[in-house]
Each structure stands twice: as C-alpha cells, then as structure tokens.
Design a protein around this ligand. Sequence first.
Ligand code: CIR
Length: 256
Amino acid sequence: MFTKAIVRAPGSNFATGLTSVNLGSPDLARALKQHEAYCHALELRGLELIRLAADEVHPDSTFVEDTAVLTARGAIITRPGAQSRLGEVTSIEPVLREHFEAINFIREPGTVDGGDVCEAGEHFFIGLSRRTNEEGAKQLASLLESFGYSSILIDLRGISNILHLKSGLAYLGGKRLVAIEALREFEQFSGYDLIWLNTDEEYAANCLFVNGKILMAAGFDDTTKQLEHLGYQTIALEMSEFQKMDGGLSCLSLRF
Ligand code: CIR
C-alpha cells in the first residue's frame, strides 16, 4: 500500500522542456488542470500528497519520478540522464530526508532516470536507455541488492519509440505486467503474466496500479476493456498535455 506521493505542478516554463514526440506545444492551463485531477485521483486512492513548489528553472521538473527510486527499504536519489534535468534532484533531497532514514545516491558517471525503473514487488526491472547508462544501472542494482531486492537489466537502446522502460511497461501486482509489443523479445519477463497492448494504444502502458485500482490515460478503450476483463478497476485521467512532453502518468509522482 502507498500512503504518500510527492508531486510538483508544472511551472510556467513547462513547454520549454524536452520532448521527442511531435504532438505540438502543451497548453499550460490545461496541463495544470490535468495535474490537479491527477493529484485528486491519488488522494482518492488514500495517498497524502507532498506538493513541491513549481520549479521555474527546470521545465521538466513536474516529472518528479525521474529524480528518485523509492522503496519500502530505502530511497535512492538518481542522477538524471539529461543535462538539463540534473539540477532537479537538489530540491528532492530535503523532502526525502524528512521521510527516509538513509538516502543513497547514483554517482557520476552513472545516470539513472526513475522512469527506467519498474518495481515488481521484491524484483526490479531496470531499463538501459538514452537516459540510464550501464554505470548508473549497475550502481542502482547494487543498491537495490543491499536492500535485499533482486533486479534485472532490460536493454532498450535498440527500441526507438519509448523514452523510458516505464513508457512501455507497468506492474499490476502479483506476477502481472502490462507491456508494449516491442518488449516481447525480452526473456527477462519470463515467469510473468503479460498483458500485451494493441500497437495503437501503447501510451496506455504507462499506467499506475495504486492501492488496488489502475490509474490510466483516458481514451484507450481496448486497454481499458482488457484490464477490466481481468477484474481491474480503472480510473481514466486526461494526460494529453504531459504526453506532448513525453511524460506519462507514473512520471508525475513519487509514491511510497
Ligand atoms: C523528459 O524528456 O525528460 C521529460 N520531458 C519527460 C520525462 C518523462 N518521465 C518519465 O517517463 N518517467
């Protein structure tokens, strides 16, 4: 069960952040509205929100998930792989210190974006990507091991259509994962029960299983049907403005 989540509303500079998708420029007012609805959905799932002030220096800072890996046994502050995002961790550290006894760090030359880290109970999938390098992934795996967790690497560097591992993968409890077709080639998922998404609904892979229900992006009917058929209850949230900036549902919070 999650009890808390760290969130940060987009700042006025939101539209100047990084993006690799060609969906146009985000509308800040709409993004703020979508962010508020997201926050409200987390509160309805029973999470107490820790709201950080908007960061006008770092346009991608609303995607707080990339700055840390939070587990029941300890916190790790990452070292984001994009130069413009490195400074985001500075304001995360004092907040985490209030809630975690020990804080660990990914050290240079390692880079890790939290979006590349998919927790599946006691096991973690770590994506090697344009943002998370081998050194960072190795450091992370060894920190997780010191907490008593296992992990495995997934090399995404040959897959062009996702920024992070969790752009294409989510954990839905038990042995269940939801994933995009491009991840089918990885034997690291064997032993798991996979739900494969239709290729035209891949953005829906970045969903969030929070305290028994799935928060997911609105507008993905086949995925919704698939999940509901399996007995999940889903909550649809408008994510259009974050999608324009390459972000998904999970990126907007750090749950613990
Ligand atoms: C970036 O490119 O870093 C941001 N515009 C989007 C980050 C999304 N984060 C995530 O998927 N965890």
